[in-house]
Ligand binder design. Sequence first.
Ligand SMILES: O=P(O)(O)OC[C@H]1O[C@H](O[C@H]2O[C@H](CO)[C@@H](O)[C@H](O)[C@H]2O)[C@H](O)[C@@H](O)[C@@H]1O
Length: 429
Amino acid sequence: MVVALFSTSFLSIKLYIYIPSSTPSHSLSPLHTLIFLLLLHFSSPKFISFFLLQSHGFFSQSEFVKEGVHLKFLELEEQTQYSLINASLLKMMYISGSLCLMESSPNTSDKKPLKRKKPIKLDDVRSNGWLDAMHSSSPPRKKIVKDFGVEIASDDTDVVYNSWMVKYPSALTTFEHILSHAKDKKIVIFLDYDGTLSPIVDDPDRAFMSADMRAAVKGVAEYFPTTIISGRSRDKDTSSVHHSSYVRSTDKQGKEVNLFQPAREFISMIDEVFRTLVDVTKDIPGAKVENHKFCTSVHYRNVDEKSWRTVAQLVHDVLKHYPRLRLTHGRKVLEVRPVIDWDKGKAVEFLLESLGLSNSDEVLPIYIGDDRTDEDAFKVLREGNRGYGILVSSIPKESKAFLSLRDTLEVAEFLKNLVKWKEQVDKKP
Ligand SMILES: O=P(O)(O)OC[C@H]1O[C@H](O[C@H]2O[C@H](CO)[C@@H](O)[C@H](O)[C@H]2O)[C@H](O)[C@@H](O)[C@@H]1O
């Protein structure tokens, strides 16, 4: 015999169920049952919301008849927490992440199967900021206003750029000021390659220095110690001199020697990762992977923006297996590099030191670069209160540099001005 008592209170409908266990169903009179239930109702503060029970299929009768009355009620209450859950509650629990409770429900066959919340893989790259960084990683193409078929650069852009230049003055217009600090000091030049000496182009294999820039770099290198610090492998940049991953110089006989090669032990690992990245990105149109020996780069400049997240996720998934490698962001490029205490800032410090140029009273370092990796070098100069960091950018952006140049044309002009000035100084008796 099953006797149920419903009672209403202000907020909920209560239901008690009395199921005698070993007692034969006819041994308890309906009156006794009623009295018993009334007593329980007033003595027990516990209740079960009616709507929960309504959607049941939630417990088996047999379970209940095995147990004593008191136990039944306790068990019923306990059961509610696990299985007497209607659809709306399921949803709530699902959101609050208590899915494990649902799984223990014994009778859910009449309910919609529960969908376990799958870990959304892409959350990884979204929440760790990769995607944001990818979107802000390179200036957009210059905003163009089409006016009667003639393309005019937007005035608005110039206004914003000009006010940004109050904080980062042009290295061309402040040239005299730089020179005033260079008095009696040796100027040492550090140059980034992509975006600084060669304009940013879609195909990294076609990033060349113009003849004019080549002449400017050659000229400046004749008068000042000059270093190109690039993320590229040495055989890929078309210039000479030093590289951030291995620092080379010439010995007394003019033979090239390695001064420093901080990431040698990573060469085979980088190669392995390079090959894996080539493989996993092969179906993404426009993706390009480069092997720079000490780091490997995944370019997404030519990838449809809708697929950037996929690129990020693929790189992320590969990187997970290499705790000794880390990711840095460049201009529309993801760079995978060793977790070593080595960056362009360290390269500058190392070079100044090893070339005997670390005395800031005698040396004025000038570093010109456009990318995030160049910020480490700007920081070293700013914090050491020595020399000038010059950011190459056609759009306003935050930087640790002191000065700015708009593009590679202005870089060439700046280098040529240095040469002119040096020639004049040297001519003076
Ligand atoms: O340190 P850098 O010399 O600035 O090297 C950083 C990356 O430069 C290259 O990529 C960048 O230039 C490409 C050619 O203009 C452009 O297509 C790409 O979008 C830029 O990120 C180089 O190809 C990368 O491997 C370097 O990591």
